[in-house]
Design a protein. Structure first.
Length: 181
């Protein structure tokens, strides 16, 4: 079940899931894929975004998708809520069209085969069409570890890599773009 109502979203559960998915390099083994998970308050701040989705299995959150339209993104930048992603943000603020930036998607590994990511992306693109937004950008980690799972997922959805950027923390990101009709 996809939930979009902020009052029904548990930010603590999302924070725990995101931290479970954080990229950790332990003894050369890379696990996870999120680089910048937020704490509970960070997710509470973003839940009110018009493009925040979760999936639930009974009362347990098993997936989330967090995205912002360009106006919300600019507001977050002005309030220094996204300063850690400087290279990515420097690219996005040069874009002139109204767009959606897909910031994070996280799916519990036990639920990965349930098409949760596809369901949330379908809901997101439906909402984008309703708001007359036809462009979406995502940033996918390329270095220190190339996130092949996210690249494959986004490629299946029609995203195309358009450039690479590097943040001050020396992580390199591919910027991918999707045009929807």
């Amino acid at each position: 079940m996809i939930v979009k109502h902020p009052e029904l979203i548990d930010a603590l559960q999302i924070s725990k899931l995101a931290n479970d998915l954080k990229l950790n390099n332990i003894n050369g083994a890379n696990t996870g894929f999120l680089i910048y998970p937020l704490d509970e308050n960070g997710y509470k701040t973003r839940i009110n975004s018009s493009f925040f989705y979760i999936t639930k299995d009974n009362s347990k959150i098993n997936g989330f998708l967090m995205a912002y339209d360009s106006n919300t993104l600019n507001n977050y930048l002005q309030n220094k809520l996204l300063s850690h992603e400087d290279g990515i943000m420097d690219f996005l603020i040069t874009q002139t069209e109204n767009y959606v930036f897909g910031d994070q998607i996280g799916i519990d590994p036990k639920a990965k085969r349930n098409n949760i990511g596809t369901l949330m992306m379908t809901e997101l693109t439906k909402d984008m069409k309703f708001k007359n937004i036809s462009t979406m950008y995502v940033a996918i980690l390329h270095k220190p570890v190339k996130n092949l799972t996210s690249i494959a997922f986004c490629s299946k959805k029609g995203f195309k890599e358009i450039c690479e950027v590097t943040n001050k923390d020396n992580t390199t990101w591919g910027i991918y773009k999707l045009n929807i009709n």
